[in-house]
Design a protein around this ligand. Sequence first.
Ligand code: FE
Length: 204
Amino acid sequence: MDIAALFKISHGVYLTGAREENGRLVGSCIDAVMVVEADPYQIAVSLSKKSWTCQTLLKTKMFTLSVLPEDASFDLIRRFGFVSSQHENKWDNTPHEIKNGLPFLKNAVACLIAQTNKITETSNHFIFLCDVRDVWAGTMNPPLTYADYQQKTKQQERKKTMTEKKWVCTICGYVYDGDVPFEQLPDDWVCPVCGEPKSVFVQE
Ligand code: FE
C-alpha cells in the first residue's frame, strides 16, 4: 500500500469551533468534511475519538466549520491540529468572531454552523452527520487544499530539521525526535533507549 497516494484525494482543510458545557471555547484542524446531501443541506465530518473537540461535540452537538484560506499560516494549522484543546485555549490567540455562541475564524473563506443529527463510528473516528444551520462566505481567497497542506507541512518539517539543533543522549546516542519540544518534556522523562534522565542529553 502506498499511503501517500491517499494524499492525492484532495479536499479542503478546516477549523472546527465549539463551546464546552462550561463555556470554554475549543476547536481543532480537520480535513475530512463532505457535503453529503443538498435537500436539506447536510455534511459529514470525521473526528478522531482522541480529539478533545470530538469528545465535546458528543455532548454539545453544535459547532462551526471555518474553511481555511490558501495562505493560512502553518502556525495556525499547528495550533489547531497538533495541540489538544484540553490543555490550550486555542481561540485566545486566533482572530475570531462569535456567532450563536460559537467561535469561527475571522479570515476564513467560508463558514457554517452545523448541528449534529446522527453519529456513527469507525475504529478510531466518530463521523458526525449534521444539518447545516447557517452558512456564509468570507474572504475571496482560494481555499487551502489538503494537497497544499501536505506540501506546506513537509516544507516546514524540512526547514525544521535543517535549522534546529538536535538533542542527543550522551550515553546511547539516541536522537530525540518527539513532537513535544525537548525543553518542555517533564523532569522525570527518561531516554527511551537507555533509560537515563534528561540531564544526560546535549544539544548538537
Ligand atoms: Fe540513552
